[in-house]
Structure formats: C-alpha cells, structure tokens
Design a protein around this ligand. Sequence first.
Ligand SMILES: [Zn+2]
Length: 480
Amino acid sequence: MVKMKKHTVFILIILMTIAGCSSNIDSEDKNQQSDKYEEVVNSTEDDNLHTGLNIFIESSRRFPAWLSVGKELFMLDSDELPNNIDRDIDVAEWYENVVSKGLPSLCDEWFIPGFIEDNLSEHAHSIAYAFVKHLNDIGHLDELALMYLYDETLWDAERTRASLWADFAGGVSTVSKTVFQYYFEEVFDDIHLAGGNHVDDLDPVPIKLTALTQQAQYYFSTSSWTRESIEHYIEVSEEAITFAGDFLNYHHDEPLKIIVYAPPHSLIEIDGWATFPATGGRYLCDVGATIIMWCVPEQGPSAITHEAAHAILDLSSMRHNNNFPIMEWMSDCGSGYFEEGLCVVIENLFITETLNEQYALTFSQLYFGLNKRVTWDDVVNRVNSNAKWELDNDNLISIITMENLGYENPAQAAKDLPYWELQSYDTAASFILYLTEEKGTWDDFFQVFADINLMEEIYGVGMEGIIAEWREFIRVRPTS
Ligand SMILES: [Zn+2]
C-alpha cells in the first residue's frame, strides 16, 4: 500500500511539473539549488579530507570522481598544481589511445584504484583537470555540476557530459550502458542500513565503486573483484532482471539497489536462523527496493534472478495478496513460501532458457554437479525429488525454522500452519510446477497467485484437494 501511495504522489508531481504550475517556485528552486551548489564547491575547509573528497561527500556522493578531483585541481592556482598534473596534456591523443585499447572514455573507471592498469590511468587526473578547465572556459561547468546534484536518475547529467566530452576530446557522444562511480575510500553507510537488524553480522565494508544502469544501482564490495568480473556480473544481472520483469509482466521505473558482496563474506548468520556458506541473496523491502547478495562467486550470479523476482513482485504490488499468510516469525516484510516457490521457478527458467553458456555450465557444476548445461527436465526432476524428500522426512524449511526458534515440537507446530506442505522453497516450487505443467497455463496460475480463493474456480479442485493430487503426482512420477 505504501508503495502505491508513493507512486501516486510521484505521478502527481510530474503532472504538476508538466503543467508548469508556477514559475516562481521554479526560480526559487533554482536559487536554492545554486546556494547548495556554492556550499558544495566551497566546502573545502575540512583539514582531514582532501578537497576533492570533501566536494564529493558534500555533493551527497553524487559528483563523479572526475568532477570532484578536476574541480579540486582547477581551484588551485596554476603554480600550486601537483607535479604529476600535465597542464598541456594532448587530450585528443590520449583519447584516441584509450579508445584503440577498448577502454572507456573519461569516466570514473579511471579513478578507481586497480580498475584500469596503473600505467594507463596515470594521466586521469590531468585529463579531469583539463576537462573541468575547459567546461569552465565555455561556461558549462556550473550547469553540468548542478545537473549531477539534482538530476534524479543522473542519466540526463550523463548524456550532457557525454556530449560536452565529445566536443572537447573529439569522437562521438556516446553514453555507456553502465556508468561507474568511484566511492573513494568511504564506507557506504547504506550497506549497514540495508543489513539493518536482519544481517547483524555483516559489517560495513568499503565500497569503492557503484555502477548505475537503467535497471539498478549496484554497489560492489571491493574484495576479489576485477573490472572484467564486475562487467560480467552486471551483464548477467541486467539480463536476469529483465527476464524476471518480462516474466511477471511488470517493468519498474525505480532502479533497484543491489549490494554485492564477494567472498570472503562467506559465512553469514541471518537473524540467528541459518548460516549461508554459499552464494545467496535477500530482498529487503523495508529500505527501498534493495537486494543484498553475498558470497557471490564470479561465475555464479544467477541467484540475482530470484531476488529480482521478489523485488518486482513487491514493486508491482502483486506481492501482498491473500495466497499465504506471512508468519509472525518471518522477518517484517518476509514473503510466503508460495512466493519463494515462484521465485525458484523463475530463477531456474532463467538459467535454462537464457543464461549464457559460460555461466550456465558453471551453475550446472556448482548446483547440480553436472558436466553439461542443466535442462528444464533436470530442474523439474530435482525440484520434485527435493520436495518429495522434504515431505517424507519432515524437513521443510518451516519445520527447520521452528526448530531453530526453539519450538518444542517443530514438526507439529509447522503442520498447524495453513497448507503446511507448501511452506518450503522446493515444495512450493514443485506445487507451482504441477499447476503450470500439468493443470493449466501460467495465466491460470497468476490468477490463483493473486487470489487463492480462485483455486477451485480455475482448477476445479479446492486447495486441500489439489495439494493431495500434487503429493500423489510427485510420489509416483517417473524419474529420468
Ligand atoms: Zn526468496
């Protein structure tokens, strides 16, 4: 509900702006913005931080590094410039050189330590200085800086930068699909916020770069990532988010926030529930549409699909329906296992249908121990046999959780839950596979997902009856 409200307010504001409600407000806003800008660029007093970093922080971490650093250098008198700054650097030559090596043009990539080979990035500061000086000369510096401060999505600012840069350095004006931003040495507080009380053991870690795409803002912890692995990770994640959005037929405007921990954050305890030795993720709806991924191996980013599906279900308001109650012992914005089952199915569809060969094979080895690409049959078999095993052995996630929570008779307590057989990832996924592969279409399923009371109308059998049918189906189903 809160989400809906937010959207409504947002739309109203846009309409008001389009209607041009009051030009007084506009110019007042502009004055306020200029004041804020003056504050940012004059905030050079803190002795503990160098000026560029101070400007970056004062800009609410919105200024790119090239602008923060370039501005710092530009504010110095010519004879104060550090020795490594080449006042007369040949920008066109430098640019030609980086383009011929397939490297990005002036962007924050050049300022992130270790991201681009040192011998190539050594001129980045000189380039930043030259570009900022040029922008000032042609009277566009303040205008562009203001865009970085106030452009909500940063994309207009980036487009303007690209065109000004092309005029300056030669070449064509292109905006990359991913815009990297250097976070200097700062600890990113939101990480801890996103962890909140869910991920207590997760200490804040230094984030040195973020990456902005049309779909998400990524924050990478810095351990063991390389430029290549980050680019691959983003590529697969973007594909995964698109896949989940297409499958659920909902496209979000608000970029997701995705925080990515690489190993060695390999053992994480969540609410004292469980320790995850492997890659995993969690969707946190209480801090904005935020996904936190931990222990992400370079090769195994497919789990992002599962979390993206949660995020999209939440943003599309398809999430909180009457299909299963959220138990008190689940986290504040936990989802029912029916939703978990759906996310498991979507994740596996992504892996079998679209994931590129390199990742698909690694996934197959990591999770299936197979030396070939996983097929849909493999997935269905595995989900169904896991479900059967869990039911036969009283080993559903709900039962394990209740055991961890100290219930005296966890199996019995779990069985008091409504539709207890579906209170686990694989049992719910297996049930959904039964509905969508044996009983009807995905459209049928989504009607039931939105309103569980429609079960009998859609499938001709009530909830209890169809659960019994499904249990019998997985009991006798042929295995391949
Ligand atoms: Zn989930």
